[in-house]
Write a protein that binds this ligand. Sequence first.
Ligand SMILES: Nc1ncnc2c1ncn2[C@@H]1O[C@H](COP(=O)(O)OP(=O)(O)OP(=O)(O)O)[C@@H](O)[C@H]1O
Ligand SMILES: [Mg+2]
Length: 395
Amino acid sequence: MSKYDDLFTAAANEDSVFIDKGALDPLTEPDEIIARDPKEAELASILNGVNEGYLPPTVSIHGPPGTGKTLTTRRVCREFASRHSDCAVEYVNLKECRTLFSAANEILLEVAGERKKAYEGLDGIFEGIWTTLEEYPEYTILLLDEVDHIKHDSNYDVSDFFYRLLRGEGKLKRDITLSAWLISNQLIDVDLRLDSRVESAMGEESVYFGPYDMGRLDKLLHPRLEQGFRDGAVPDEVRSYGIREASKRWGDARKTISLFRNAGELANERGQARITKACIDDSLDATNKEATLEKLKALPYNCLVVLSGMAFWRDKATGEIAKSVTTSEIVDATERIRPESALGERAVRDVLRELETIGLVNTWIESRGQGGRVKKCETTFDPEWIGQALDQLKE
Ligand SMILES: Nc1ncnc2c1ncn2[C@@H]1O[C@H](COP(=O)(O)OP(=O)(O)OP(=O)(O)O)[C@@H](O)[C@H]1O
Ligand SMILES: [Mg+2]
């Protein structure tokens, strides 16, 4: 036996709680969409407009993370298009697009299989899109996923981008029917502060995907747990407990699937034949941390500067990161950490407001008697994670 035979034998876990761990990967497309019948019906009724000669210019699909927006919208549209030769569906994810130019180029790439160079500008790209769509079936549905990731850039304005997409001259001239379905966590016209001429071109159609309640999460998890775990590895009371906690905290299918996978891994590490409530509890903490790290890594630069400023000060007695800090301490810290990107008091307050809205920071005013009032803040998570998120970003 070679060294590797020994290695692999040692690594093989005969008593693993898993039989098909792939079933517990949220990226594995499920065969069926579960417990979203009313949403599927809403989407189908909008699509049915094709039979009546009308699709709305935009449809807003919104709701919190992991609620099935991408899965359900893509699947229902694809199934519809496969039954209607006069309708085409294209899907573009804009998550990685840093500029409006690159967002438009992604759309062009999807419909025409090519990109334009920077000198051709947004106009050049849209011209390319309309020329291609002229050859398309009568109705085109463009699914723009994670559309809330696009931001104003130095050359173009988000409103300009949408105005071109909805009312562009090249489109009107060729009489192209395009229905843009905007998938995001927020209602897009509010989130991107679009101007009124775009808002009036957008239409009102919207479909909201709310968080999953316990009953729905249970149905959704059922086939995955059956397929993923060995018989008896997830006792009923542990399953109910995990699903109840997941629905109370998140209502997010993706996180719930990961919760059970993590719990299974913990059970294996601990040499247990089945997962226990303690595995679920520890996995809840780990899943929360993972989700927070993901959120931190996606933040704009200034937010990370402020958070690093918050995590700069340490308690003299314990050596741990100070629990709460004042805004002037943050300003001071940003000057010490990175003088070239130090922020003033006002900028720090603005960023804190933003961080508070997304639930990463709590702020309050503290009275210091004669010393006046100061604004204090603390993170809603373990501040040690800030450094870990920054390290992961560097990798
Ligand atoms: N109704 C459902 N039936 C079966 N699986 C589901 C369902 N909803 C969600 N899932 C699972 O959860 C994963 C996440 O769903 P999806 O990507 O559609 O969420 P989302 O609402 O688009 O989230 P985000 O806002 O983060 O983009 C899916 O890949 C799928 O594995
Ligand atoms: Mg999505």
